[in-house]
Design a protein around this ligand. Structure first.
Ligand code: CDP
Ligand code: MG
Length: 716
């Protein structure tokens, strides 16, 4: 067995019953920790420019701050501003992050630095999780969440300062947020003039809207004060942000960077996972102490490399087995994410297996070696076909440099790029903003809900193509979210905008209430929101297949997911009846997952998401319903919801997607991989060497014109 990652904060002394001595010891530990944190804070590069930064924020309404990753921007600046009195009149400092992990880990860290309980003065709020209270003054959140808050409070009037962090990542939410914040800032600084349009637009068509969309009242608007905006970025190119914000001032915070030796392979690596594995052990066995950070593209890859590392460790001689793995990716439960930040126990080396989350979003101490296969998983959108897919593409030069920089934070380091040097020069300079390569339905729906009707005229930092906007308007119309004149429809569009989900999933839930299978659809939406519920370890492939078979439905993956969820709920239910404590119940669930080759982390995450969406649904007044075993009804509902993702079998066994005419294959992970149904609906398109569809269910082709006549009736 691999040694599990010990909880460093619980020393052995605390467990052996010497309580008196223990109390003192604990106090001393706490004091020592506080001292350490204080020293650490003082040593950060940003500490020496605190006064200057506060001054710049006072002088400028919009400020751009560029600084090396790890210089202290995210954790320190909000504290500087709080101490400088920017939270007067109960106002809040909001800090947005593109990623949930960053929002959570940073909030925890800052709460600890401030010596307060998380959720009090310092808190975080992310989709499906809120750790804030009325006393929260420094609030970390995802950029998507702030966008949703704007639905309830169009002028974001609770905030005195909004810091848009990691702006260089240019996620679609960041880009939309920047456009929106520009409007809000203008409206708040000129409440009588510029605000008018904005508020008027918001108030339009709102007569019969749910209460939560309350348009701003005149008296409230008069009270609103100016909003300070700070855009923070790790990359050096502040020009584009400055230009967008009318020549806003940019300041640079110098970081501390030690030299990093960059090594390349002689030849391209045919199997980058294998190459990663070999490099991990090469470093572990040949290089001086120091932790390793390896960049992989997603949860599945991380978990498979993790298993292989464990396997190989067992084959090493006794003295060399001191290697620990720590995964970190967006959907990892937050307490497990924290493992990446804990130092490895003495004598051990840790290898962090991360997605590009560790590029800039989170700074993990102790890294000396970086392994960079040079790849990243990215969204890609084809506006002609209207299909979005996930693809693995080469990183940009900027990303490669960020990654190697992670090795030189605390001392000289090494970066192993798993590609030849000649390949580096072929990389693009920077990553294309996500808004130019994703389906815009979600963005358009949110802007519409904010009262911004002219999407093409919206002041985007970089405009998405007109075709992509038109396509998403069309898609939203087909889903019933928009009326004939492309205004948010009532009530479907409004309900869809309130749910923090992809528009197609929101629609599926609304329809499920009508089809009386809400319970099942809720499960499916939650399960589809996480990566890889099943896992197939190489060494136990047959057992894993057999386990999955016990949940498989001949109708497809959606019902299979429902079966897994129901079985896991039964396992928990059984523990409840035997009066188990929560911890024991979780242990039982974990064991059940291992026995059934179910990914415990993913299932836990899906359960959390499930209960959160359930809360939203209840608030919206939907009554619970279940179709029980009537899966025909459920499949009809899937068809009515995902009709835009339908495909017909071709004579050669491949499928043709009906909306795009693209040829696709059923992914080998699907239960319908071998049994070829005539007509299917799917949820995800993955592009590797072929177009694969995942999460597939067999449907009757006649249901398409019947249940989605707005799309199929004319042709039939
Ligand atoms: O935002 P920026 O990259 O400039 O730095 P930061 O995230 O504020 O991190 C500053 C320092 O705090 C780094 O040296 C991290 O090691 C430390 N930190 C930490 O120990 N734990 C966290 N959860 C976040 C940051
Ligand atoms: Mg940061």
């Amino acid at each position: 067995m691999m040694p599990s990652f010990p909880n460093i904060s619980t020393s052995k002394n605390q467990q052996d019953g010497r309580k008196l001595a223990n109390g003192n010891c604990k106090n001393q530990q706490v004091l020592a920790r506080r001292q350490l944190i204080l020293q650490h804070r003082k040593s950060l590069p940003i500490a020496s420019v605190e006064r200057r930064l506060v001054e710049e924020v006072r002088k400028n309404d919009t400020l751009i701050i560029v600084g090396e990753t790890g210089s202290g921007k995210t954790t320190q600046l909000p504290q500087f501003l709080y101490n400088a009195g920017f939270c007067h009149d109960e106002k809040i400092i909001g800090v947005t992050q593109p990623r949930r992990v960053a929002a959570v880990t940073v909030a925890k860290r800052v709460a600890e630095e401030c010596n307060v309980e998380l959720g009090q003065k310092v808190g975080y709020s992310i989709r499906f999780e809120d750790a804030t209270s009325s006393s929260t003054r420094i609030k970390y959140m995802t950029d998507g969440l702030l966008l949703r808050e704007a639905l309830l409070d169009p002028l974001l009037s609770r905030y005195s300062i909004i810091i848009v962090d990691e702006a260089h990542e240019r996620t679609v939410h960041t880009d939309v947020l920047l456009g929106l914040l520009k409007k809000v800032q203008l409206a708040r600084s000129h409440p009588t003039t510029n605000q008018h349009n904005f508020i008027k637009a918001n108030a339009k068509g709102r007569e019969d809207e749910p209460r939560s969309f309350s348009p701003l009242k005149a008296s409230e608007s008069a009270k609103s004060t100016s909003l300070k905006l700070i855009i923070m970025s790790a990359s050096l190119d502040a020009r584009c942000f400055s230009e967008y914000f009318g020549g806003a001032k940019a300041v640079h915070v110098h970081g501390r960077q030690y030299p990093v030796e960059v090594l390349y392979t002689y030849q391209p690596e045919p199997d980058y996972l294998d190459a990663t594995l070999i490099t991990i052990f090469q470093i572990h066995l040949e290089e001086a102490s120091g932790d390793i950070l390896a960049f992989l593209t997603g949860q599945e890859e991380i978990e498979s490399v993790e298993r292989l590392v464990h396997e190989r460790i067992r084959q090493l001689p006794d003295g060399s087995q001191n290697l620990l793995t720590v995964p970190i990716y967006a959907s990892l439960p937050s307490e497990q994410q924290m493992n990446a930040f804990r130092p490895a126990p003495s004598g051990f080396r840790k290898v962090i297996l991360a997605t590009n989350i560790a590029e800039t979003s989170v700074t993990i101490p102790g890294i000396k070696y970086v392994i960079d296969p040079g790849l990243v998983k990215a969204r890609s959108y084809n506006p002609v076909t209207g299909m979005e897919s996930l693809i693995i593409i080469p990183t940009s030069k900027a990303q490669a440099l960020q990654r190697s920089g992670r090795a030189g934070r605390e001392g000289p380091g090494k970066c192993f790029r798993l590609y030849p040097e000649s390949e580096f020069s072929k990389l693009t300079d920077s990553t294309v903003p996500e808004i130019k390569r994703c389906n815009l339905s979600n963005v358009v729906l949110q802007l519409k809900a904010l009262g911004i009707d002219d999407i093409i005229g919206f002041d985007f930092m970089e405009k998405p193509s007109r075709m992509a906007i038109v396509k998403s308007l069309e898609q939203l119309f087909l889903l019933g979210a928009l009326s004939d004149d492309y205004k948010l429809s009532s009530p479907v569009g409004q309900q869809m905008a309130r749910l923090p989900l992809d528009p197609m999933y929101s629609k599926a839930l609304i329809l499920a209430a009508e089809f009386k299978c809400l319970e099942e659809m809720l499960i499916v939406v939650a399960m589809l929101s996480v990566e890889s519920i099943f896992y197939f370890p190489r060494e136990k492939m047959e057992e894993a297949r057999a386990a999955r078979k016990s949940f498989s439905s001949p109708e497809g993956d959606h019902i299979t997911l429902v079966n897994v969820y129901r079985a896991s709920a039964e396992c928990l239910e059984k523990s409840k009846t035997t009066n188990c404590k929560e911890k024991t119940m979780e242990k039982k669930l974990n064991k059940w997952c291992r026995e059934n080759f179910i990914n415990y982390r993913s299932l836990r995450h899906a359960r959390d998401i499930h209960s959160q969406i359930e809360g939203h649904i209840q608030q919206m007044g939907f009554s619970p319903s279940s179709c029980g075993d009537d899966m025909l009804q459920f499949r009809r509902c899937l068809t009515a919801s995902f009709f835009l993702n339908a495909a017909m079998k071709q004579p050669d066994g491949s499928y043709r997607a009906l909306s795009s005419s693209q040829i696709v294959q059923v992914h080998p992970s699907s239960v319908l991989f071998r049994t070829k149904a005539d007509c299917i609906i799917f949820n995800e398109l993955v592009r590797t060497n072929q177009n694969y569809v995942r999460n597939v269910t067999r449907v009757d082709p006649l249901w398409l014109p019947e249940l989605a006549p707005q799309y199929y009736a004319a042709d039939s």
